[in-house]
Design a protein. Sequence first.
Length: 164
Amino acid sequence: MGEGSLSQEDIDALLGGGDTSGSGKDALADLDALVGGGGGGSGDSDGGPSFADIAAALGPSATPSAPPPRAQSRAQSGGGGNTANLNLLLDVTLSLTVELGRTNMFIKDVLQLSEGTIVELDKNVGEELDVLANGKPIGRGKLIVLDDYYGVQITQILDPTERL
């Protein structure tokens, strides 16, 4: 193979899938040699640190160990984990927006806006409004008045495939 190329055996050895009889220092020295360093010494030919030096500075293990065991398996939890996950999701805050309409304007027109200026929108009176959650359409509704407040009566929830 060409300069700087690794064979499958070298890759397996580096990932820990190869021969594990060598120590971690031998693997780091091999890595230095493969990448072009001078070996597992305290520095390579240009005076920079070797992989062994970097690994020693990072801590006892530079390679990831097996993932920690889970506290409970699904069989032991009896499905209770799903309700815990659902409870976490129920506390997520969303930005709900009701869009009356849209328009395109030139910057010079936006700069000329003042109190009392009327901006025409692309929807007519009585037309359904778009309901957005975090900027994504989730449904449609119509504008209603409750006492002195405006509200939206949901008339349609979009199919999840339409929401994308």
